[in-house]
Design a protein around this ligand. Sequence first.
Ligand code: FAD
Length: 434
Amino acid sequence: MENLTLFWHRRDLRISDNAGLFKALKQGKNVQPIFIFDTQILSRLPKNDQRVLFIYQTIEELRVAYEKLGASLWVFRGNPTELIPELVKKHHIQQVFCNRDYEPNAIQRDKFIHETLQKLDCSFSGSKDQVIFEKDEVVKPDGNPYHVFTPYMKRWKEKLNEFYLKPYPVDQYISNLNPGKEVPLPSLKDLGFSDVQAQDFPSLKIPSKIIQNYHNTRDIPSVEGTSRLSLHLRFGTISIRELAKKALETNEKYFNELIWRDFYQMILYWYPKSVNHAFKSEYDRIEWEFDQTQFQSWCEGKTGYPIVDAGMRELNETGHMHNRVRMVVASFLCKHLLHDWRLGERYFAEKLLDFELASNVGGWQWAAGSGVDAAPYFRIFNPTSQQEKFDPKFEYIRKWVPEFGSADYPKPIVEHKWARERILERYKKALNTK
Ligand code: FAD
C-alpha cells in the first residue's frame, strides 16, 4: 500500500494559500499533486490558443516550485473522468482532493468522478478556493439567491470577517507532500499547440498604486488604470483572499469589483441555463438580426465607430479589452447591430485571455439587458458620447486604430439614431411593453 492521497490542481495553479491543497496535506498522508491537460477542453480550442501557453508556462513554474520542496507535480494529458479513476486504482488511493468549480460542465464532470470513485471506495472532496463566498453562503433571508447586486453586496459585506480572508497555511504541512518521482511533462507540440506565439502575460504582482488610485483611473482605457489581474484570478495563480484583503485595506471601489466576480459565480451556480438562455426569459423572444458582413466588421474592429473598433482590435491583438470598452462593444453588437448576445459572448470566449464563463455571460447579458441587474433595455450606450467621455483626446483610439481620421478609416456601418429606434421597437415588441 502506498498511502497516497491525490490533490488535483484545476483553476488554482499555485501552492500558497490553496484551500484544497491545505486540506489534503492536513490529512497526514503523502499528498501527490497532479494536473491534467484535459483533452476534452483542448480539442475545442484553436491550435494557437494563447491561454494554453499561459497554462503551460504556469505548470512549468509550478513543477519547479514543487521540486524546490522536494516533491513533484505529475502532469498528464487525457480525460480526467478516465485518468483519475485509473490513478486511484493503480496507487490504491482512498482520497482525492480538489477545489470547487462552479461551471455547469465542471459540476457534471466532478459529479461523474465522485460517483465513479465512490465505487472504488475512494472519496472525492472539493473546497471553496476561488471565491470568498460561494453558492448559498450569501442569500436572501428566505434562502433564495439575490438577483440584484447592491443588496447582495450589502449582505456579502455584513457576512465578511477576518476568517474569510485568512490564508490557508499550506507551509505548516508541506512535509506531507509525496517525495515521488517526476512524470515527464508533455510538450506543447504533444498537446497540439505548437502554433502558439511567445507572449508577455500581465504581471502577477499586485499593482498597489493602481489599486490605490483605481476609482480615478478605472474608466479611462488609455491609461494603466486597472489591475490586469483577471487572467491570474481565472487560473488561480493569485489567491482571491490575498487580493481581497489588499483591496479591503486600500480601495473600496476595487474591492466591490471583486464582489461582482463572486456575484456572477453565484448566479452561474444557481442558474446554469443562463449560459445559453436569457436570464429574464422574455428576452429570449427578441427577434435578432444576423448579417455576416456587419458581424465580421464588428469582430475585426471596422464598424466606423472608433471606440468600438479600438476595443475589438485591442482584443484581437492582445487577448485583453478594457472593461469600459467591453461594455461599449457588447452594447453596440446587441443594440446597434441587433445581434444576439450569445454570438458576442462566444467571440469573447474565444479571444479573451481572462475568459471566465460566469463573468462573460454576466457581462454580455448585462449589456443585452437580459441579465441579472442588467442595464435597462432602453439605456443604449451612444458610442460617440462614450468616446467623448472616456477617450476625449482619442489616445486609446489612435493606439489601436492608426488609420483613424484618414480616408482609409471606414464610415459607420449603422446610423446611431436609426439603430436606437429600431432596437427600442424590437425590444418593446418582445417584452410586450408600450
Ligand atoms: P480590474 O478593473 O482591475 O478589476 C479587478 C478584478 O475584479 C478583475 O480582474 C475581475 O476579476 C473583477 N471584475 C472587475 N469588473 C468585473 C465585472 N464587471 N464582473 C465581474 N468581475 C469583475 N471578466 C473576466 O474575468 N472574464 C470575462 O470573460 C469577462 N467578460 C466580460 C464581458 C463583458 C461584456 C463585460 C462587460 C465584462 C466582462 N468581464 C470579464 C469583466 C471585466 O471586464 C474584467 O474582469 C476586467 O476588465 C479585467 O481587467 P482587470 O483585471 O484589469 O480588472
